[in-house]
Design a protein around this ligand. Sequence first.
Ligand code: V47
Length: 357
Amino acid sequence: MATIEAKIGAGERLSAADGLTLLTTPDLLRVGRLADEARRRKVGDDVFFINNRHINHTNVCKNRCDFCAFSRDDGEEGAYTMSLEEVLDRARSSLVESITELHIVGGEHPDLPYSSIREMIAELHALAPEVHLTAFTASEIVHFAGQSGMTEEEVLLDLKAAGLGSLPGGGAEVFARRVRDQVCAKKISGEKWLDVHKLAHRCGLRTNATMLYGHVETLEERIDHLLRLRDAQDETGGFQAFIPLAFHPRNTKLSDLAPTTGVDDLRMLAVARLMLDNFDHIKAYWVMIGLKLAQISLFFGVDDVDGTIVEETITKAAGSEAGQAVSRNELVRIIQDTGRAAVERDTLYQVVRRYDS
Ligand code: V47
């Protein structure tokens, strides 16, 4: 740890071995303090949140990943696909709350034509051009390319022309082939996920990155994931935020696994801040770790607590008890209680409103 502290002090990059030390040292608070300092140097004392809504337009998915409690086969009990009108109704009902972002991801429906996906984006954009549409994982983009006969670049540019603003960070899971073979064998490879994000960056779309941790991956594989993201960010600079996603085992094929602990969650956020020295934002997704732990994580390298959300079905299906919605006032209150400034941002981290305590 002393060597790592010296390296950080000298502005040197941390190695894979350093990452493993940070993930295993019993001194969690020391890791947290280093991450807190790194956060202050990188982004200052503002804590960001966004007023957003999630729409998961279909849960029908050809991949059926072992960690996912949300997906269904077409025709199976519980399977759903929203009509365009349903999606637009949900968007309309959230506009009265003056949201700035719609976050749209869904299953990879084998029979939903790409034209209906494009139409959904175009209609949402026509309905509320001021609302940023962050939509579709890299895996969905590859799926749309397969369905439409277009290249992934053509799909990205076509969706951008229809109103797509950015890509969220989902679908990354853990990049290592060993892990993917075990838990999401049908999903695109880690290399492909990275390629699609770098392509999106070159098409002028910013993106986020995630890692689903706390299932079958080793600590070495977590660090490998972070280093591959750091390399990709060196190449393009197009990632905005990294969001570690804590695995929720209930109702999944991995339901015999124990959920992550608070120590693991805080440590993962702090280590991400220290290893991903070229990412500005480390986000605690409160839906997965709970609002109270998300608040404490603000002392462990985090500068963003995501958003108001309202309805999120992926984590709910896997047994999350964190709740589905939080008001703007509640987010401001938990942030201000840490002594930091609460800043409502838009998707691209432009300030919407600054709340003085
Ligand atoms: O891609 C699936 C993960 C992701 C489970 O970019 C699970 O700002 C835990 O990507 N337990 C969707 N996680 C969520 C996501 C996201 C969330 C918030 C913000 C952003 C952003 C992205 O959730 C999926 C998958 O990796 N997931 N099942 C589960 N049982």
